[in-house]
Design a binder for this molecule. Structure first.
Ligand code: NAP
Length: 340
């Protein structure tokens, strides 16, 4: 049932070297239930692996890696106002978004071309260009690997926040407690484009597109992402490496006095989001390397592996960047990927 001592370097887009003591690829939900009851696995560590695109491996994993390969996408229902669209946990997110658009069910177009699986989308509440998965998420179906029982989570249960969810907050993604088997989105039939983000608006303007269709929105997002983000197959990376810090409005105002060009995005009356990429750029780390890793030249927030990097290299660069930003801005950057 399991493979042993499996090389994980091709299962994480940052291409860090590590081995899994036990490894299984899951294609059917029944396989997951059987895993939960398997006597050899009682008490073993587990990790549920999707696309490995938001993952930093610190070293070999002693325990079982469950590679989610559940496939399937469907129209789960429809009412006067919405399409309910489902994707199995192992579906490629980007393919799923493209498929929804091809079917004439728009809504997810701003989230085009994000790497990873559909099952991982709610954990991190993935977001881009002013839209996040939680804007359209209806429910999540999971299997509790401790008990082998299915476990539905309503949108309220998921307690989604900015790039965060109950799954992440409770550390369930690290403990391998739940495997997300299916996600269902509720896409409104009355669609409107969400083009408020400056870069996206500019991209549409460049194409002389005043009233974009969903397909044109997706094309603009994909063009932007292709321009700024490295393809992991060419240059291994884990997407945005640091979270955008959310700070108090007072702190942001004081920082803005000292740094008048500081971008500030109010989240609530009392909290403001800062752009981690801008902070990194200001400290001179954009495009700079430390050993075999570096902060990408076209997008400062992306840490890239230029070849042969180990976790130690990632750790050294992470520390250097965080220290520089703490010293200059008094802001503590927190890594975004799952550190296993
Ligand atoms: P950008 O346009 O260089 O902007 C830098 C940051 O400012 C972004 O992170 C974004 O926050 C924020 N921002 C920009 N315009 C905003 C607005 N009108 N309102 C509120 N916040 C605004 O960003 P980028 O790095 O090229 O990324 C573009 C989008 O793709 C962003 O939404 C980003 O989150 C997303 N993205 C996500 C990942 C990932 O791995 N999670 C990787 C690459 C890009 P937000 O990040 O909160 O949107």
């Amino acid at each position: 049932m399991f493979q042993q001592q499996v090389d994980l370097s091709t299962y994480n887009t940052l291409a860090l070297p590590a081995r899994a003591e036990f490894f299984v690829t899951v294609d059917r939900v029944e396989q997951l239930a059987a895993l939960a009851k398997h006597p050899d696995l009682a008490g073993r560590r587990r990790f549920v692996l999707g696309g490995g695109s938001n993952l930093v491996l610190t070293g070999d994993f002693s325990g079982l890696v469950v590679h989610m390969n559940l496939k399937g996408k469907s129209l789960a229902g429809e009412d006067g106002e919405h399409f309910y669209v489902a994707a199995a946990g192992g579906e490629n997110w980007s393919d799923f978004v493209r498929w929804t658009l091809e079917q004439g069910w728009p809504g997810l177009e701003n989230l085009s071309f994000i790497p990873g699986t559909a099952g991982a989308a709610p954990i991190q509440n993935i977001g881009a260009y002013g839209v996040e998965a939680g804007d359209f998420l209806h429910m999540v179906e999971a299997l509790d690997l401790d008990t082998g029982r299915p476990c539905p989570f309503s949108i309220d249960d998921c307690a989604l926040a900015y790039r965060d969810s109950l799954f992440k907050r409770e550390g369930w993604h690290l403990s391998g407690r739940y495997a997300i088997t299916r996600v269902i989105f509720r896409l409104p039939k009355r669609w409107r484009p969400r083009a408020a983000y400056g870069e996206l608006a500019a991209e549409l303007e460049r194409g002389n597109i005043a009233q974009p269709t969903p397909a044109q929105m997706a094309a603009a997002v994909i063009a932007l992402r292709r321009r700024k983000l490295p393809d992991p197959l060419q240059l291994p990376n884990a997407g945005s490496f640091f979270q955008n810090p959310i700070v108090s409005a007072e702190f942001a105002a004081a920082l803005g006095e000292a740094h008048p060009t500081l971008p500030r995005y109010p989240q609530t009356d009392s909290h403001v989001k800062l752009a981690a990429g801008w902070l990194i750029e200001q400290t001179g780390w954009k495009g700079r390397n430390l050993g075999p890793v570096g902060m990408y030249e076209k997008q400062a927030l992306v840490l890239v592996n230029r070849g042969g990097a180990t976790f130690r290299d990632v750790q050294n660069l992470t520390r250097a960047v965080r220290e520089a930003i703490l010293a200059r801005f008094g802001v503590n950057l927190v890594p975004e990927p799952v550190i296993l």
